[in-house]
Structure formats: C-alpha cells, structure tokens
Design a protein around this ligand. Structure first.
Ligand SMILES: Cc1ncc(COP(=O)(O)O)c(C=O)c1O
Length: 365
C-alpha cells in the first residue's frame, strides 16, 4: 500500500500512519451507508448520495452496491473523476456555465449518463447549442428555489422555462430539484419539520404544475443529511441527495445522532509546555469553516486555535501525554477537511485496511 513515497502494510496499527492524516472507520462508514439505504428502501424513495463529501469513487461504489441509483457531484471536475472510474450515472445538482466547461461535459457524458441542473435561459441556450452541434443529448433538471435563495427558478417561471427546454435540441427534460440547505441544520425537530415541509411543498407545487400542463416529470430530487427523515417521507419526492451521513459531520451531531461519526484526523504532539500542547495539524490539514475541531482522544484536551501548520490545545485535566504521542481530532465539517488530503487511511478496529486516494480533491473546476 503506497502513499507517494511511503509504504504501509495492511493490518498495521493506525497509529503508525504518518500524521496529520484522515482515518476512516470502515465498519462505521458502511453501517451509515446501509442505514440510509434501508431508510430509503422502506420509504420507497431512491438514493442518489452526494459525493461532494467523500470525493472518491471508492465510497461511491459502496453506495451504489448498497442500492443507490447513482451519485451527485458538486463540480464537473468531480464528475469527470467519477465517470473515468466507472460510476454509471451522475447528477450534478449545480449549473455548468460557459463553453469550456460544456465541452468538457460532452466528453464526460460519453463515459457516464450525466444529468445537470439548469435555472437560466441563456445557459439552456448555450447547452442546447453545444450539445446539438455535437449530436449529443444532455439530460437536465430544473433547480427550483425552495427557500434557500441560492440558485433556482420560482413557481411562476417554471412552466414557460420548461417549455423552452423541451423545445431545445440537444436537451432532454427529466424533472426538478430543490435543495433545502436552509433547514438541514435546524436543531429543533418540530421547527425543522415545519421549515422542510414548506420548502418541499414549493418543489412539489412546481412538479405538480408541470404535470397539470401535460409535462412528464420523472425526477423530483432533494434532501440533505439533516432532513433525510423528513424529506425522505414526503410523497412525490423521488430521490434523496444526502451526502454527509457517510462520515457524519461533527456539526450534524447537534441535529441528531442517527448516524455515527466515521472520520477523524490522527495527529502528533510536537510541543508540550506546562498545560499547553501543540499538535501537528493546522489550517492546511483540517478545516474550521464550521467551527474548531473537537479532540476525541485522549480525553481532557481542548483545542483552542489553529494556524497554518500548528494546532494549540490546552490540557484541562492532568492528561498523561508527551511529545510524539497521538491525538485524535474530529473536524466539524468533513467536506472541507477531506479536500485538503490525498488519501483516506481506512481501518477496521484500528488496523489499516486500505489507503484510498481522494481522487476528487481539489477538482473544483
Ligand atoms: C445540492 C445539494 N444537495 C445535497 C447536499 C447534501 O447535503 P448533506 O451534506 O447535508 O447531506 C448538498 C450539500 O451542500 C447540496 O448542496
């Protein structure tokens, strides 16, 4: 098992991996995948998990094996990696704008079925022109603004917009999507249900209006991890895009503990002065966009600040720790931490199983 210039034997203790590194508990991640898929099966809804979290065909293949109909990719660059690595169907719930990217999309579409989101007429015209000139057909869904006020069309626009798509050569209209990102982190359950239901009503109203106008709507796609058990039970939603559940973000634990954290960062103590230690992770190896990471082992250590390569912690109790010892840290946000690393060190009971390259890291074009 190689990691650039290092070689690791399967079965070594995870503490022998050089630090800072991302480690993933395989049993926990697979349980998370299976639990979400079981929920979807029981509620007659398909899984199309978002791979913006894991950025790796290794995990995508496990999700498909468990029963997912395909995956989502945030960026074309990530979709290209997934297509090259044999993922048969990819939804990009995002806009692909500009001839340069659309031409790349043509190439990727030769390897996998790719569906993208649209919400603007000039973008639709450009996609239609380039795809039809290349004698190819691109499947599109319309992104509806369900209250997040990010991208997406409003109800009043949708019928005319859909008719323009249907009349555009090189495009195949497949349905609608709406991401309720403004409700996924609401910690109060009743409030989360109310806000999510309102958001999904906007999406369903759009789908129903199209159907009333004689337009076939095959896909109604939505959902994040925090709303899986709300959106996933709403009649009319055909597929769920949840992604973070696979490793269960530190921040999502404030919402519920339905899934178990699988990912952490193993680090080494490089300095110790009285009740202060420094560990060898920093902003270049762990993100803090959703708050400072938590120390999960050993107990009694509090992380207080991150600079580029240093992480300062205080010892809240009399912790028996010395330079060279390992400290396990859990990021609040997996996605942005994973994007900083080349490999996952996947383990079972702390014994190394596999070194898995994060092929989609940095593929944000
Ligand atoms: C469009 C879209 N769908 C699905 C998700 C998945 O959300 P989560 O990571 O909360 O499961 C996201 C997350 O940002 C998203 O942007």
């Amino acid at each position: 098992m190689t990691n650039n210039n290092e070689f690791y034997q399967k079965g070594i203790n995870i503490t022998e991996i050089d630090t800072p590194s991302i480690i993933v508990d395989l049993d926990i991640a697979e349980n998370n995948i299976n639990k979400m898929q079981k929920f979807a099966n029981e509620n007659n809804v398909s899984m199309r998990p978002h791979s913006k979290t894991n950025k790796s065909p290794y995990w995508a293949k496990k999700q498909i094996k468990a029963g997912a109909i395909g995956i989502c990719c945030a960026k074309l660059g990530e979709a290209e990696i997934m297509a090259e690595n044999g993922i048969p169907e990819i939804l990009i719930p995002n806009q692909i704008v500009g001839a340069k990217k659309i031409n790349r999309l043509i190439q990727a579409s030769k390897k996998s079925k790719i569906i993208i989101a649209v919400e603007d007429l000039s973008n639709v015209e450009e996609l239609s022109k380039i795809f039809s000139e290349n004698n190819q057909v691109l499947s599109v869904i319309i992104e509806v603004n369900v209250g997040m006020d990010r991208c997406g069309v409003e109800l009043e626009e949708i019928v005319d917009f859909t008719k323009k798509i249907i009349d555009s050569p090189g495009l195949q209209f497949e349905g609608v999507m709406g991401y309720e990102g403004h409700t996924v982190n609401i910690s109060d359950y009743e409030e989360r249900v109310d806000n999510t239901t309102q958001a999904m009503n906007k999406l369903l109203n759009s789908a129903n209006l199209l159907k009333k106008n004689g337009i076939e709507v095959n896909i109604v796609s939505a959902c994040g991890t925090g709303t899986y058990n709300i959106t996933g039970k709403i009649e009319g939603i055909t597929e769920l895009q949840c992604g973070s559940y696979i490793f269960m973000d530190g921040n999502y634990l404030k919402v519920f503990n339905d899934f178990t954290p699988a990912l952490s960062l193993i680090t080494t103590v490089i300095s110790k002065r009285e009740n202060r230690i420094v560990i060898d992770c920093g902003l270049k190896s762990v993100s803090n966009d959703q708050g400072l990471p938590d120390v999960i082992f050993p107990k009694g250590i509090k992380l207080i600040s991150l600079s580029e390569e240093h992480c300062k912690c205080i010892l809240e109790t009399d912790v028996d720790i010395k330079i060279g010892d390992k400290v396990l840290v859990r990021p609040k946000h997996s996605d942005t931490t994973i994007n900083l690393h080349e490999n996952y060190y996947v383990h079972k009971n702390n014994k190394l199983e596999e070194v898995v390259p994060i092929l989609g890291r940095g593929k944000f074009h």
